[in-house]
Design a protein around this ligand. Structure first.
Ligand code: PPY
Length: 310
């Protein structure tokens, strides 16, 4: 297996900065790819050991290209997550003034994070989506667009200068990135983990979503992401991308997944991995009666009843 990680490039993306915070990245070759799809395809094709891509931000929610790639195609698994606080710089070719800017570019996920700033400062500028923020910077260098929203650190790589820095409509905007590889045994529980799954309903009926969510709720499992994505089978047909607290090795999580497997058309396990928002071991207590010991004691009691030994 090649010791390389694919990431959403080109060089100078926030994705690259987030990836470099992972200790394991220091021992891998980091290879930029032009899109989330191509980075994940490199993993599926066995060209890269894993891919590092953005998956969610605190302003707009899930990054749909990434979710859709994980929902469909050859199964992949999330190994790790990283959270990065994001502020943008407005990058231009040296000498460009604010009044010269007619076109601005960035990754689509950047737009809702700078929309108010644009309305107040460049109301006439046309938005052009790019494959990533660093790609937008590259296109500004080539003269295709007048300005790019990207990291301040991206300027030097593309011979640009930052006309404005610290741009963010929402205080403390964060983006979540994930390291995705081929299915493997999840790392052992860290004491503060998250489990990601995709659920497809078996049929449409009143309360169908409530039934799915009930499998988590009754076992005291908090949800951290719920995003519906169209299945492509017509209006009203959705699957659900869910992040739940806990690890598949936790009895309550395993039991919830078993419950879902029984009532759903399909369940895709996307991995159990350490949470980036709290330290290992720092997970909150769950609902009384949902610890591993309590599940095991209950299973033992049922076994004794079945044996007539109660
Ligand atoms: O990593 C990048 O630079 C990207 O283009 C993805 C992205 C978009 C918006 C905020 C953070 C990351």
């Amino acid at each position: 297996m090649p010791a390389s990680y694919a990431y959403l490039g080109p060089e100078g993306t926030f994705t690259e900065v987030a990836l470099r915070t992972l200790p394991e990245a220091a021992t891998r070759e980091l290879i930029p790819y032009v899109s989330v799809q191509s980075a994940l395809d490199a993993v599926r094709a066995g060209e890269a050991e894993a891919a590092f891509v953005p998956i969610e931000n605190s302003v707009e929610g899930g990054i749909t290209t990434t979710l859709d790639e994980l929902v469909a195609g050859e199964p992949l698994m999330i190994y790790r997550e990283v959270l990065l606080s994001i502020t943008f710089a407005l990058l231009v070719r040296p000498g460009t003034r604010l009044t010269d800017i007619k076109t601005v570019s960035a990754h689509p996920a950047a737009q809702p994070q700078v929309r108010n700033w644009l309305r107040a400062n460049l109301p006439e500028a046309t938005w052009e989506s790019a494959a990533s923020n660093a790609d937008a910077a590259r296109l500004v260098q080539e003269g295709r667009y007048d300005a790019a929203f990207a990291g301040e650190f991206t300027a030097a790589r593309y011979g640009l200068e930052a006309l404005e820095t610290g741009l963010h409509d929402a205080e403390n905007a964060q983006t979540r990135f994930v390291l995705v590889g081929r299915p493997a045994r999840p790392a052992a529980p860290s004491g503060a983990d998250k489990t990601s799954v995709v659920l497809w309903q078996r049929d449409d009926h009143p309360g169908a979503l409530r039934d799915l969510l009930g499998e988590f709720a009754s076992r005291g499992i908090n949800l951290m992401l719920l995003q519906s994505r169209p299945t492509g089978a017509g209006i009203g047909n959705y699957c659900f991308c869910i992040d739940a607290e806990g690890h598949i090795a936790d009895r309550r999580v395993a039991e919830a997944l078993m419950g879902l497997r029984r009532i759903c058309l399909q369940v895709r396990f996307l991995g159990s991995y350490p949470r980036a928002d709290i330290a290992p071991g720092g997970a909150r207590p769950t609902l009384p009666g949902t610890s591993d010991e309590e599940f095991m004691a209950a299973a033992d009691w049922v076994a004794r009843c079945q044996d007539g030994r109660f």
